[in-house]
Design a protein around this ligand. Structure first.
Ligand SMILES: [Fe+2]
Ligand SMILES: [Fe+2]
Length: 247
């Protein structure tokens, strides 16, 4: 059994130091690793990134993160990534990492993702170059997620988790205005997850959404945006052994 702690949208700023650290210090008692699902800062400034870095530096469990749209706002995502990495965080964007949890190989594939909407209500690669680029950006992100998940499978991971900021499914957006769904996620991310396979998908971004959802292929999806889960993190359990068939 692997215990995955996850939270997104912690939106830390100058007044945030120490807010989450006491809870994070309890992680070794209840979880094997911590996933951060983006929007770790308010405006993506190096100063805010340093607050996040100090909050997770030296934790006794591995920390794996993706950035969110807020972490891009100051247009220095490389700098934000570098500050987090210096604090020991594995920051993913279109790639994956393997965490060894007491002999179990946990693979995490991550990308920020992007919008575009969901089947029957989605943007298409048509018309103006800007519109095409919008959809292509999401498609590239989804393709990288699929590739990273497939690579983790080839590397013999026992369980695989897809970590994004934007949502792969509309289920976990319930509570958000329908009008903004296309800016909250894309079905292309779910297609990637279902094609490559995963045991859990974790995302943030939808502050007014719902925690529980599922892809069409049956992969559990969890919206861990802090305003949704209303705590420092939630813990999800992943089975690592086959459950014997009944009878
Ligand atoms: Fe957010
Ligand atoms: Fe966001």
């Amino acid at each position: 059994m692997i215990r995955v702690a996850a939270v997104g949208d912690i939106h830390m700023g100058p007044d945030s130091p120490g807010l989450l650290r006491p809870a994070f210090d309890t992680l070794p008692d209840c979880a094997d690793l911590l996933l951060l699902a983006g929007d770790l800062t308010r405006h993506g400034t190096p100063e805010e990134a340093r607050v996040v870095a100090d909050e997770v530096r030296g934790l006794a469990v591995p920390v794996v993160a993706v950035l969110g749209n807020h972490d891009h706002h100051d247009e220095q995502p490389e700098k934000v990534t570098g500050i987090l990495r210096e604090a020991g965080v594995t920051v993913l964007e279109g790639d994956g990492t393997v965490v060894d949890c007491a002999g179990t190989r946990v693979g995490i594939a991550g990308t920020k993702g992007f919008g575009g909407g969901f089947v029957g209500r989605c943007a298409g690669e048509f018309g103006e170059p800007l519109m095409k680029e919008f959809v292509r950006y999401t498609r590239r992100s989804a393709d990288s997620l699929r590739g990273a998940l497939e690579d983790l499978g080839r590397r013999g991971c026992d369980v695989r988790v897809a970590l994004t900021h934007f949502s792969p499914v509309p289920d976990t957006l319930a509570g958000e205005p329908l009008e903004i769904y296309p800016f909250l996620g894309s079905y292309l991310l779910a297609e990637a997850i279902d094609t490559a396979g995963a045991d859990l998908a974790v995302h943030g971004h939808a502050h007014a959404g719902t925690e529980h959802g599922m892809t069409a292929g049956g992969v559990r999806v969890r919206n861990v945006a802090q305003p949704v889960i209303r705590r420092a993190f939630n813990v999800y359990q992943l089975q690592t052994e086959q459950v014997p068939a009944a009878g």
